[in-house]
Design a protein around this ligand. Structure first.
Ligand SMILES: [Zn+2]
Length: 71
């Protein structure tokens, strides 16, 4: 699928498909981590996970953030 890539997820402990964030998810994340640009963030697509990471860093944030499902 376009826009997805296989990356290691520290929550799953395995390589999982990650996708870039939808607009509403980016807005939510910006409000949480107070960054202007969250384009580098991707989300684990394993069922029930939704853990965030960036393409370069497995644990980019001090707190583990998961995208809410009901944005
Ligand atoms: Zn995961």
């Amino acid at each position: 699928m376009a826009g997805t890539r296989s990356l290691y997820c520290t929550t799953c402990g395995t390589d999982e498909q990650h996708r870039v964030l939808f607009k509403a998810e980016q807005v939510w994340l910006k409000g949480r981590i107070l960054r202007k640009n969250v384009d580098e963030f991707v989300m684990c697509q394993a069922p029930g996970c939704r853990k965030l990471r960036t393409g370069h860093t497995k644990e980019p944030l001090a707190d583990v953030l998961r995208i809410p499902e009901d944005l």
